[in-house]
Design a protein around this ligand. Structure first.
Ligand code: SAH
Ligand code: SF4
Ligand code: F3S
Length: 442
C-alpha cells in the first residue's frame, strides 16, 4: 500500500503554486498518494505564511494539534514549509522540536532528499537556503493541466517596504529564464490550458538578460507569451506601481488576451504614510500609472491592497485613502490592519493608534469598496460579456460560475461539461452581491 501525504496551504498564490509542486514531487518521485484525512497521513506538511502575526501564530497552534497525531503514530513525519519556515526556523526547532523538516520557499524541490535525511536522523532537518533559481530546474513537469494555470516567472522581492517580511522570507528578486517560462507555458497549453496567470511577488519587475545580452522586461515577456493564440487569457499578480515599462502599456493596447483587470496595490492614499512605508511612489505617481493603463485599455478595472492603521496614520491620512479609493473606483480589496513584524524597520516605530480605531477604519474602507463594487455590478446589468467557466456554482443548483475579463464572477445555467469553455453571455440579474447571466443568443 502506498504511503499518504496531507498538505495544508496558507498564505498567497506563491504558496499555492509551491504546494502544487510539492504534491507533484510526492506523487511522482516519492510514490506517495494524497489523502484529505490527516489521521491517515504518513507525512503532514504545512506551507506557511508570515505576512501578519496572526498567520504565524496559526502555524504553532496547528503544530500543537499535529503533535497529538504524532504521539499516536510515532513514524509520522511533520514538515513546515514556506515563509514561517524561512523566517522562524530556530523558533520552530525550539518551540516544536517534534517537527522533522523545515523547508524554505526556495528549497521545496529538495523535499525528497530532506525526507530521506529526516528518516535517518533523529533531529530536525532544516533547509532554508536561497539557492537562486535552482528550484525551477528541479521540479517535475505537470502532466494533467487544468484550463487555468499559474506560472511563476520571478520570485522574491527587493523593495524592502518598511513593514514587510517578504524580502527576508523569499529573498531578493530573481527572474526565471525566458525559454524556461515559454516551455512551461507551451507544455500547459498542449494539455488544454486556456488561461495563464503569471505569478511573482513583483511580476512586473521581471528582468532577464540572455547569453547574447538581449534584455527581456515584463512587457516584452507578455508579447512573447501572447504569440500563442491557443492562450485565450493572460493575467498576472502581483504587480508593483514602480515597475511598469512602456512595453507593458503597449501590451494593453495590442494584446487582446490580456484581461481588463489589474490588481495594483497602493497600500495608502497619504504621501506621508507611503513615505513611512517606503513604498517608493507618491499618490500622484500611482495615479499616473493608472492613467496610462486606462489610456491603453479604457475598460480596465482595478483592485488593490491596503494597510490601515500604519503607525502615525491620522484620521486625515486615512480619509485620503478613502478619497483615492473613490477616485480610482477600486472594485475589490485585500485590506488589513497593520501588523508589526519582527525584524522589519517599521517594527521600531511606536504604534500610536488604538485597536478600536483601526477596526473602525478597516470597516469603513471595506464598506466603501463594497459599495463601489455593487455600483459596478449594477452598471453591467444587461451587458454582453465573455466568461471563462471555472466550476460548478457552490450557491445555486444546476449553475456554473465563470469570470469576465474584468474579474466579475457570473453564474449561468449549466453543468460541469461547460467547465473550461469561453462563452458569450448576457448579464441578467444582480442578487445582493452575486451576478447571474445566460448564454447570449445572437
Ligand atoms: N508585493 C506586493 C504584495 C505582497 S504582500 C506589493 O507590494 O504590492 C501582500 C499584502 O500584504 C501587501 O500588499 C500588504 O497590503 C499586506 N501586508 C504586508 N505586510 C503587512 C503587515 N506587516 N501588516 C499588514 N499587512 C501587510
Ligand atoms: Fe512586501 Fe513591499 Fe515587497 Fe510587496 S513590494 S512584497 S509589500 S516588501
Ligand atoms: Fe505570506 Fe510568504 Fe506569500 S509571507 S503572503 S506566503 S510570500
Amino acid at each position: 500500500m502506498k504511503k499518504k501525504y496531507f498538505i495544508e496551504t496558507q498564505g498567497c498564490q506563491m504558496n499555492e503554486y509551491d504546494s502544487d509542486k510539492m504534491k507533484d514531487l510526492l506523487s511522482k518521485e516519492m510514490d506517495f498518494e494524497n489523502t484529505n484525512n490527516k489521521e491517515d497521513a504518513d507525512i503532514l506538511i504545512v506551507n506557511t505564511c508570515s505576512i501578519r502575526e496572526k498567520a504565524q501564530e496559526k502555524v504553532f497552534s496547528l503544530l500543537g494539534k499535529w503533535r497529538k497525531l504524532k504521539n499516536k503514530k510515532p513514524d509520522l513525519v511533520i514538515g513546515v514549509a514556506g515563509c514561517v519556515a524561512s523566517q522562524e526556523s530556530t523558533a520552530i526547532t525550539s518551540r516544536a522540536p517534534y517537527v522533522d523538516m523545515v523547508i524554505g520557499p526556495q528549497t521545496i524541490h529538495r523535499l525528497p532528499k530532506i525526507y530521506e535525511q529526516s528518516l535517518k536522523s533523529k533531529s530536525t532537518i532544516v533547509d532554508v537556503e536561497f539557492p537562486l533559481i535552482e528550484k525551477f530546474d528541479n521540479l517535475p513537469r505537470l502532466s494533467n493541466s487544468k484550463f487555468s494555470e499559474f506560472v511563476t516567472i520571478m520570485e522574491g522581492c527587493s523593495k524592502y517596504c518598511s513593514y514587510c517580511v517578504v524580502p527576508y522570507t523569499r529573498g531578493t528578486e530573481v527572474s526565471r529564464p525566458l525559454n524556461d517560462i515559454l516551455k512551461e507555458i507551451e507544455n500547459l497549453v498542449e494539455n488544454g490550458t486556456k488561461e495563464i496567470t503569471l505569478l511573482g511577488q513583483n511580476v512586473n519587475a521581471y528582468f532577464y538578460k540572455d547569453k547574447e545580452g538581449n534584455i527581456v522586461n515584463f512587457g516584452l515577456l507578455l508579447f512573447y507569451i501572447a504569440r500563442d493564440k491557443r492562450i485565450k487569457r493572460i493575467r498576472y499578480t502581483t504587480s508593483h506601481p514602480n515597475n511598469f515599462d512602456e512595453q507593458t502599456y503597449l501590451a494593453y493596447e495590442k494584446i487582446p488576451q490580456l484581461v481588463s483587470h489589474l490588481h495594483l496595490p497602493i497600500q495608502s492614499g497619504s504621501d506621508k504614510v507611503l513615505a513611512a512605508m517606503k513604498r517608493g511612489y507618491t499618490v500622484l505617481e500611482y495615479k499616473s500609472v493608472i492613467r496610462k493603463l486606462r489610456k491603453a485599455r479604457p475598460d480596465i478595472t482595478f483592485s488593490s491592497d491596503f494597510i490601515v492603521g500604519f503607525p502615525g496614520e491620522t484620521e486625515k491620512d486615512f480619509m485620503k485613502t478613502i478619497d483615492i479609493i473613490k477616485e480610482v473606483n477600486f472594485d475589490q480589496s485585500y485590506s488589513f490592519i497593520y501588523s508589526k513584524r519582527p525584524g522589519t524597520p517599521a517594527s521600531a516605530i511606536e504604534d500610536n493608534i488604538s485597536l478600536k480605531e483601526k477596526k473602525e477604519r478597516l470597516n469603513f474602507l471595506q464598506e466603501t469598496i463594497n459599495q463601489l463594487s455593487k455600483n459596478k455590478s449594477k452598471s453591467i446589468l444587461g451587458e454582453k460579456e465573455e466568461i471563462l467557466v471555472e466550476g460548478v456554482s457552490s450557491k445555486y443548483n444546476n449553475m456554473v460560475t465563470g469570470r469576465t475579463k474584468n474579474n466579475k464572477i457570473i453564474s449561468i445555467p449549466g453543468n460541469k461539461n461547460l467547465i473550461g469553455e469561453i462563452l458569450d453571455i448576457k448579464i441578467t440579474e444582480l442578487n445582493n452581491r452575486s451576478l447571474k447571466g445566460e448564454v447570449f443568443e445572437k
